[in-house]
Ligand binder design. Structure first.
Ligand code: SF4
Ligand code: SF4
Length: 169
């Protein structure tokens, strides 16, 4: 398994077109076959997850916009000993596309490769890299995350081989 996020980014970029074709391939499968693919994807994702120490990677904390709710801002404020308004002013960006978010490129709460607000991190961080679920309806996000996260990159590559997807090298 490739664990170096920079290498993963390069490899995923090379396979970007192939991955988009794989998305079309998945959508053509029967519902029954898609359910099997979902099970395989979850299994491969969990296996990859067990092989990597996220505390040494933190690539997702250097390459994402993390959505935050009012409640999450309040939770961060309590942990940081600031008011919600101060948290907003210091750490929260807002735009039409992404709404309120922490601009994690890199995240201001990242210390080395560890999260300094771990107990108060937003749901978007807790759920990442979103293993499981219906892969055929989530491939856009999966292809995007394959360029950042070694777990998703590995899962996607194994999945392509397992379903007999014909690559064009
Ligand atoms: S809040 Fe913590 S877990 Fe979330 S992106 Fe920032 S450093 Fe990473
Ligand atoms: S979820 Fe993925 S990108 Fe984030 S730290 Fe773990 S392996 Fe790295």
């Amino acid at each position: 398994m490739e664990k170096d996020p920079q290498q993963v980014e390069r490899l995923a970029e090379k396979r970007r077109d192939e991955n988009w074709r794989f998305r079309s391939f998945l959508k053509m499968l029967s519902r029954q076959r898609q359910r099997e693919v979902n099970r395989m994807a979850e299994q491969y994702g969990r296996e990859a997850e067990s092989q990597i120490d996220c505390r040494k990677c933190a690539a997702c904390c250097r390459d994402n916009a993390i959505p935050v709710s009012e409640e999450e801002i309040a939770r961060l404020a309590r942990q940081l000993g600031l008011s919600p308004e101060e948290v907003r002013a210091k750490y929260i960006s807002h735009d039409e596309a992404e709404g309120d978010h922490i601009d994690a490129r890199p995240c201001p709460f990242l210390t080395g490769s560890l999260c300094s607000v771990y107990d108060s991190r937003p749901e978007g961080c807790r759920g990442y890299p979103y293993i499981g679920g219906d892969i055929a309806t989530r491939t856009i996000g999966i292809i995007e995350r394959a360029g950042t996260c070694p777990i998703i990159y590995d899962m996607l590559e194994r999945l392509k081989d397992a379903v007999g997807y014909r690559r064009y090298r």
